[in-house]
Design a protein around this ligand. Structure first.
Ligand code: SDX
Length: 432
């Protein structure tokens, strides 16, 4: 029996079409509601509104399910790596050996950042927020590679493969360069024979006189972190990429907008905030009680960072995987990090606290990721930059869906106006 829907407005009833997704998700199609009834829907923050149909990621917040193109995140975490997962997220299928080889080559061929683009770094104070630097330098790719960024969907789609490889590979290189710039160290250039993550670590930590060779466990941990961040449905930054892309803005410009959205502490900025919270608890010799009490005050500025999620009303499957990986990485590297114990105790304490249980607040992807990044030697202020590197395939895949949708429209939500009603101008000499 097909689902039906109608809306009753005063004494009139309006039938509305129902949409059903491939995983059984149901939606009321309200595209004609305004023209037929004069009413719009109101859903602050669009938490209950579908802005698009997408084939990239499926997540079920009630059951803690996350799949990229149908593949469960748990399987990809165990069996795949970031580059293969990036290919899957962007192109929709796991690559054949030939496709994987070609994609890897394209990434390596487009890893370097042009000398002219390097000059942008010098325009920033050394202590500038890395995400601010990343935004500007990624946005400049549209100028340095204007032939791939014409702001014409048809032309930009013809060059999509190269633009996508550039976006992923150069964003990774720019991230490493930001770290070097802020340390006052010379840039280390990418090597043609290093895999993606090993190359990133090389560009971060090698010295002109001594090459950094990543331990397999370190490279594996970074691959895992990045692939777990590769996409996540219509989160704040991905929706931003789609919104900007819907104006026919090119891929690089749209991704730069996504980086802006990700930099907020309620979104991608939480991973660094989690570590600062854990470090403060450690330095104060607290057991987390003070933070938990403050978090329960309800004020946004005291929230328990790394907890809660706009969609997951159960555990965030990524948090479980990363939490386990944090234990493994520290053990393999022989690191004893007291912050991991504090994080575990905090998680246990909230599981017994009705405030968190009743609001279904569990650790999210950001809660343990910082522990791993710290173990890899990544400084806290670079955590969100790594999140952006990891999320680049998802942003690219979503931009492609917008750009290739012949029936697509520019994103232009409506509003309910609650300001002044009509009033006449008062000359300044008549104002109080
Ligand atoms: C990411 O969307 C995505 O998919 C994002 C992401 C991705 O991969 O792209 O998963 C990545 O952004 C993860 C989230 C990282 N942010 C944080 O860890 C910051 C702390 N978390 C929160 O600020 C909050 O949980 C959000 C922003 C993540 C979700 O906010 P919601 O869904 O809008 O929740 P809400 O503000 O409606 O809160 C519901 C209740 C409120 O209490 P009451 O008003 O009912 O009394 O829960 C409380 C909130 O005060 N609450 C928290 C809390 N999060 C929500 N209380 C204490 N600590 C928290 N962390």
């Amino acid at each position: 029996m097909p689902h039906t829907a109608s809306v009753k407005l005063d004494d009139k009833e309006f039938p509305l079409p129902v949409m059903q997704g491939s995983e059984g998700e149901l939606a009321i199609d309200t595209r004609k509601l305004r023209t037929e009834t004069g009413y719009i829907c109101y859903d602050q923050g669009y938490g209950n509104t579908g802005s698009c149909e997408s084939k990239v990621t499926f997540l079920d917040g009630d059951n803690g399910i996350l799949r990229y193109r149908g593949y469960p995140i748990e399987q990809l975490a165990e069996k795949s790596d970031f580059v293969e997962t990036a290919y899957l997220v962007i192109y929709g299928e796991l690559p054949t050996p030939a496709q994987r080889k070609a994609f890897g080559l394209l990434l390596r061929q487009n890893a370097a950042v042009e000398t002219q683009m390097q000059r942008i770094f010098e325009g920033f104070p050394v202590e500038a927020p890395p995400m601010a630097m990343l935004t500007s330098i990624v946005a400049s790719m549209a100028s340095h590679h204007s032939e791939l960024a014409t702001n014409n969907f048809e032309k930009d789609l013809q060059n999509f493969d190269l633009a996508a490889a550039m976006a992923i590979s150069k964003t990774r290189t720019i991230a490493a360069m930001i770290y070097r710039y802020q340390k006052g160290k010379p840039y280390i250039y990418p090597k043609q024979d290093l895999p993606f993550c090993e190359n990133f670590l090389h560009m971060m930590f090698s010295e002109p006189y001594k090459e950094y060779i990543a331990e397999p466990e370190v490279a594996r941990a970074l691959n895992l972190l990045l692939l777990l961040h590769a996409d996540h449905e219509q989160n704040c930054s991905t929706s931003t990429v789609r919104t900007v892309g819907s104006s026919a803005a090119n891929l690089f410009t749209s991704i730069a907008a996504g980086i802006c959205a990700l930099s907020g502490p309620l979104h991608g900025g939480a991973n660094g905030a989690v570590l600062q919270m854990l470090q403060t608890i450690h330095d104060e010799g607290d057991d987390g009680t003070r933070f938990i009490a403050a978090a329960k005050s309800g004020s946004k500025s005291n929230r328990l960072m790394g907890f809660g999620h706009a969609v997951y009303r159960n555990f965030d499957p990524r948090a479980r995987i990363i939490g386990k990986a944090a234990e493994d990485v520290l053990k393999k590297l022989g690191i004893k990090d007291p912050l991991l114990d504090i994080a575990r105790n905090l998680e246990q304490a909230t599981l017994k606290d009705d405030y968190f249980v009743s609001r279904k607040l569990y650790p999210n992807v950001d809660f343990y990721s910082g522990i791993i990044m710290r173990a890899l030697g990544i400084p806290t202020n670079m955590f969100t930059v790594l999140f952006a590197v990891g999320r680049s395939p998802g942003w690219i895949a979503n931009w492609h869906e917008v750009a290739s949708n012949a029936k697509g429209r520019i994103y232009r939500p409506r509003q309910i106006y609650v300001g002044h009603t009509k009033r006449d101008y008062v000359p300044i000499d008549q104002r109080a």
